[in-house]
Structure formats: structure tokens, C-alpha cells
Design a protein around this ligand. Sequence first.
Ligand code: PLP
Length: 388
Amino acid sequence: MKTQYYLDYNATTPVDPRVVERMIPFFSERFHNPSSFYHQAGEVMEELDAARVELARLAGANADELFFCGNGTESDNLAIFGTMLQDKKGHLITSAIEHAAVLNSCRQLQKDGYDLTILPVDGHGFVDPDDLRKAMRKDTRLVSIMWANNEIGSIQPVAELARIAHEHGALFHSDAVQAMGKIPVDVQSADVDFLSLSAHKMYGPKGLGLLFKRRGLHLRPLVFGGGHEKGLRPGTENTAAIVGAGEAARLVSTHMREETERVRLWRDDLQTRIEEKIPDILINGDREPRLPNTLNISIRHIEGESILALLETHGLALSSGSACSSKSLDPSHVLLALGRSHEDAHGSLRISLGRFTRREDLDHLMTHLPSTAERLRMISPFWQNRES
Ligand code: PLP
């Protein structure tokens, strides 16, 4: 198979081989349903409990505040619908750069008769806490603002936003799917009520989401069945994935600091090299605080999709916009929210690094990106018009 130079860690991460190794027995000799009577089942249940403890520790939560579900999308839905559906009406607030899992949930509620405010962001991708303060109403029930953005990496002032929500009597949810594993996430110091996570963004398996729900708070379930996950998310547990996620959390706790430092240095170095080699580019979300692994650029006057296709022929895997929305031809809603033109949003590339990134991945990108950009610009009418 051709070598792949993988630079798309925000889309998904490879499952760490140590995670795979922990998971394998749960497909074979340890296959038991954890709710069954015999002792093997009880032992599987103990493994799930241990994974829950490990994951909770990583988020600064208590184990009984963490619930397993199908993926990050489901976790976002549970927090948002689970809060709002407890009343027939009410107001909720989110931001313009949320992942579709949050934005489309909020829009569905709006179609169903709830009031929705979508806060803007500034040119670097940050929500202004004053905008939230002004948007709060007596009937605001929930504020949902992401911890870190998947496309540009901007990190929101979550603790301050949560405080504003609470001062006005509302609950606060944060989608931390991209933050967890890349930067410290602590539900206590940020004082969030609900937090959403996904194992496949932190070297665990796909198909496992987590929801933190602060003790004492109630959510309406979205599916009904047995008593699993205290009735909040019934269905036989995905035992292998849960054990894998627990191992992934343990590895994050051990390696995050050192990984983050390395990845940040390499990302910054890559940004400098790109700026030196390719004229007329924009860095999207260039201000701190931002995720240490994420670099989003617009190579002006050419299309991101064409660059991606040509880079792919050299084995380079990266993305233009989020993986989940890249099937659509619409420009990224995140870049438009920053104030980028449709054309500049179309020319965007997201480069995201991670645990297994090698120097040669970045060197290989730098061997091909400048020449590819130049080649495409030579045939781009936008570039030629710009020059004349
Ligand atoms: N939230 C954010 C910020 C994401 O980046 C993603 C996935 O890209 C999700 C939610 C959805 O997570 P999952 O793929 O586990 O459904």
C-alpha cells in the first residue's frame, strides 16, 4: 500500500495500538453482557467501571457523572434536547462556529418552536462574553458553546461563559470533542453542567461518546429501554469500545503534556515555512488560545478541493473544512463566521497534527504544497485577474 502522510487528526485519530490490544479480548473470550448474572459478566462490568473512573479523572469529574453513548454527536444531542425538551418552550443560545452536532440540534429545536440565539464570533473565532451577557433572557434554559473549534482550533473562555450563564439561571453545555486529549479539560474549574466527548478524537475507537452530567441535574432521555447508564442512555454497553476509551484516557493523562509541546513546536514551524514559501495566504484563527495541533490556512485565489485532490496523489491526507461537512460544496460556516469571503473560505486547508505525526510528514507536505499552489494559481482565473 502507498505510504500515507496523515495530517488530519481533527477528523479522527488512529487507534493507539495499546488501545487495540486492550480491546481485543472483549471481542472474544470476554464477550459477556455486563448485565448478566455469572461472574464473567460481573468482571466485564468491573472493567467498564474502571474505564469510567479513568475517563472521569481525565475530565475532572466523578465517575457517577459520566455516561457512555454512541458518539460525540449523540452526546451533544442528549445535552441539548435532554435539557430543552423538559419544557414545551424556552430560549437557548449557541455560537455560529459550533459543530453541526450542536448547530443542527439547536436549529431543529428552533423549528419545533423554541427560541434560538446564535452568537457571532470575532475575526479570530472567539465568542465575546459581553455578547452572551446581552443575549441572556429570563427564559434562557441552556447555553451551548464549544470548548475548542474543530476547523480553526480557537479555544473559548468557557469558565467565563459558564459563569455568565449561571448568573442568569441557565445551564451550560460545552462540546469538548476536539479539546479533550489536546489540552487540559476540567469540568470543575470551568464549572460546566454538561460536557460532550468522543473517543475517536483521542486515539480510542469510533462509536463511543461520553456525556458528563453534573450530579443532581436532570436530562430527559432520547431513547427508552432498560436501565443501562441509569436509564439516561439504555442499550447493552459497547464493552470493547468502553475499555478502549478508558485505556485511551490513561494514555492521554500520561503523554499529553509532552505530546502537546512537540506538536505545537512543529505546527508553529510549519506555519512559518508555509508563510515563507507561499505568497498571499491567510491564517484562519491565528490568535491564541488555539489548539496546539491545528493550522488552518486559505491559499487565496484557488480552491481547497483542488489542492486536496492534487496533494492526495502524493499520499497526503488533509482536509478543507470539517470532515463531517466536507461532502457539501458550501463554504465552511466557521470561516464565513470569521468574516472570510466565500472565495477565501473555499481556498482553505486544515492541517492537524497528532501523536503519530513524523517530521517527514511535514517535510513531505512542504515538498508538495508550494508547487501545487503555484501550479493551480497559474491556471486560476481569480489569480490572473488579481495580477492584471
Ligand atoms: N463536535 C466536534 C467539535 C467535532 O469535531 C465532532 C467530530 O468531528 C463531533 C462533535 C462529532 O463527534 P462524533 O464524530 O463522535 O459523532
